[in-house]
Design a binder for this molecule. Structure first.
Ligand code: GKR
Ligand code: MG
Length: 424
């Protein structure tokens, strides 16, 4: 029997990278997005990478998990998750911004476990000389299509220099943004983050996108900003235009009411975000498409479990994203490549990131015709750039942000702003 690969050390480094003033249903992105980089090293000196959120409570949980996992074999993934569950007890954690649904105890365990699982798979792959997609059953596609992810946005954060994308505050601004993004990355699907402007204006934006990009699949995601009635009005106006409507209204019950009459499938990353939320969603036909996200579904293997459940119950599968760096893009790409029923182009916030800011050595992950080629080298296929990690960590220390708080930032700029779901 071959030797165990035991975890001898775990490094957790919070980093911050610049983020434009992107608007959403709960406020506006702050000038920096926060992530944590996890580096797991074995006693043979093989290192693996993971990436996750960096809110303070999450960092605290990651640090106690790191201590508890030290000494374990990188193949003992089930035992690792169990150990994290024991540590977590009935701590529910929180996501601080309310855009990824209800946090339950089991989803807190999955959020904490995920970056360690990814790092251990990276190590397993490096040790075996195989890409992570092979460890997940093998790639069924050589490249993974992603969608353009459009946002209403300001030209700049107040007091900062304008970013290269310019403002997008009406349908024409959105179409202009789409043109630049599609031109630069070649995306073959488009998602608009809604819940920002009155629904009529967002409908107009989608209709303008349809005129500008005939034949490209379109999606609209207002993050539960609408009542059931508003959702149905929008759904009827956009019949034949949207491939899916994402989280129009809060809660599974509301979603089920919209789903009964809407002419297109409803998708979610808000009302089904953990395994214990699946039975009622299936029973009530609340959603047609689940957006997976390995960062909170408990890593890559458990995301494949989700994929199997979706296939069994006839639900479609897409992929959700938050602002992220290259380690996550690599993990998302391996997972999507090895998941047969992930048939929609995946979300990514990648275009919003300054290409000069990442923690991985550049050159492996690139977009061609809207898709990322699946790395074929061992593990995730990406290497840590230690100087860049140090720079982005320094930026984290300097920027002063410690938790994502889109609403708090908006309220500092506009004290009359209120967070409401539904708003319209
Ligand atoms: O980045 O503002 C954002 C998004 O709204 C994000 O936080 C959501 O979680 O992308 C997400 C979504 O699809 O709902
Ligand atoms: Mg969404």
């Amino acid at each position: 029997m071959s030797e165990a690969l035991r975890i001898s050390r775990v490094d957790i480094t919070p980093v911050a990278f610049k983020d434009p003033a992107l608007l959403n249903a709960v406020g506006v992105h702050e000038p920096y997005a926060l992530r944590a980089v996890i580096e797991v090293t074995t006693d043979q000196g093989i290192a693996g990478l993971g990436e996750t959120y960096a809110d303070e409570g999450h960092l605290r949980r990651l640090r106690s998990a790191a201590d508890a996992l030290t000494g374990m074999d990188v193949h003992a993934l089930g035992a690792m998750r169990r150990r994290i569950a024991e540590l977590t007890g009935d701590d529910r954690g929180g996501d601080g911004h309310g855009l990824t649904g209800m946090i339950t105890t089991s989803s807190t365990v999955d959020r904490v476990f995920s970056p360690f699982e990814v790092a251990c798979l990276d190590i397993q792959g490096r040790a075996a000389g195989r890409p992570v997609s092979d460890l997940l059953g093998g790639a069924v596609r050589d490249e993974v299509p992603f969608s353009a992810y459009l946002f209403y946005k300001w030209a700049a954060h107040p007091g900062h220099e304008p970013d290269e994308w310019g403002p997008a505050l009406d349908p024409y601004g959105i179409v202009a943004q789409a043109r630049r993004m599609v031109e630069r990355f070649g995306f073959g699907a488009i998602k608009l983050k809604g819940g920002v402007m009155p629904p009529e204006q967002e409908v107009e934006a989608v209709l303008e996108l349809r005129r500008a990009f005939p034949g490209i699949p379109l999606r609209l995601d207002p993050n539960a900003a609408w009542t059931v009635e508003t959702s149905l009005k929008v759904a009827r106006r956009l019949e034949g235009v949207l491939e899916y409507l994402e989280d129009p209204t809060p809660g599974q019950e509301g979603m089920a009411r919209v789903a009964r009459e809407a002419p297109m499938p409803l998708a979610t990353n808000m009302c089904v975000v953990a395994f214990d939320e699946l039975p009622s969603a299936v029973r009530d036909d609340a959603v047609g498409v689940v957006l997976s996200d390995h960062h909170y579904w408990g890593g890559l293997h458990r995301s494949k479990l989700l994929a199997g459940i979706c296939a069994t119950f006839g639900m479609g599968l897409s992929m959700h994203s938050n602002s992220h760096l290259g380690i996550s893009l690599a993990a998302m790409t391996h997972l999507a490549a090895a998941t047969e029923n992930l048939t929609y182009a995946c979300d990514t916030h990648w275009p919003w990131k300054d290409p000069a800011e990442d923690v991985i050595v550049p050159g492996v992950l690139g977009f061609r015709a809207g898709a990322v080629a699946v790395p074929r080298s061992p593990g995730l296929g990406v290497e840590l750039d230690r100087d860049a990690l140090a720079r982005l960590h320094e930026q984290y220390l300097r920027c002063g942000l410690r938790n994502r708080d889109d609403t708090g930032y908006m309220r500092r700029l506009d004290p009359s702003y209120e967070k409401k779901s539904p708003r319209w």
